[in-house]
Design a protein around this ligand. Sequence first.
Ligand SMILES: CC(C)(COP(=O)(O)OP(=O)(O)OC[C@H]1O[C@@H](n2cnc3c(N)ncnc32)[C@H](O)[C@@H]1OP(=O)(O)O)[C@@H](O)C(=O)NCCC(=O)NCCS
Length: 169
Amino acid sequence: MADDKILLRRPLEADHKGLIRVVDDWWGGRRLRHLLPRLWLQHFTSTSWIAETPDGALAGFLIGFVSPDNPAVGYVHMAATSPNQRRRGVGRQLYGAFADDLGRRGVRELRAITWAGNRGSIAFHQALGFRVDDGPGTVRVYGAMAYPDYEGDGEDTVVLRLVLEPGPA
Ligand SMILES: CC(C)(COP(=O)(O)OP(=O)(O)OC[C@H]1O[C@@H](n2cnc3c(N)ncnc32)[C@H](O)[C@@H]1OP(=O)(O)O)[C@@H](O)C(=O)NCCC(=O)NCCS
């Protein structure tokens, strides 16, 4: 059940420092801060979201965009919720806001990737209706279909897709 005290707003460039401070911790110690250079808080804020508690504490974030090459596709670059706020619907709230907003702009499909060992992320996306891409080149890794060496770094990557239902006219 979504915590109705969580508030969503658009990120500001000034949020970069706070996000960088938490990303590695929120991904369980994995070093990922290099995936969030400041440019994401300069050029992608109008399609991204910050979740906060009423006292302004960071509860989660979603950095995403509309694909410049295919405007029918919305892509989630990074999304996470505070370990103190997990399983309270904050992730669902962030993805819901992203889907509603981009759906109104003509986006028909959301995409995201995660590494094959991130079982929580895969289960989360599947709970939201995302389908694991099982196309040519995928192999089963830890029970999910994944693209081996997707980024050329030896990691197995799960590609996730969600077709958006058309909203009210
Ligand atoms: C994945 C993540 C964003 C989920 O955020 P969250 O706020 O806990 O998610 P929600 O509470 O909205 O969960 C919605 C549903 O997803 C599923 N789900 C979420 N986390 C899950 C987990 N760890 N294991 C299994 N199912 C999970 C559940 O069905 C859940 O509904 P329920 O709690 O009513 O059963 C969060 O765990 C996270 O930040 N993980 C680290 C970063 C990460 O992996 N990001 C993903 C993109 S790479």
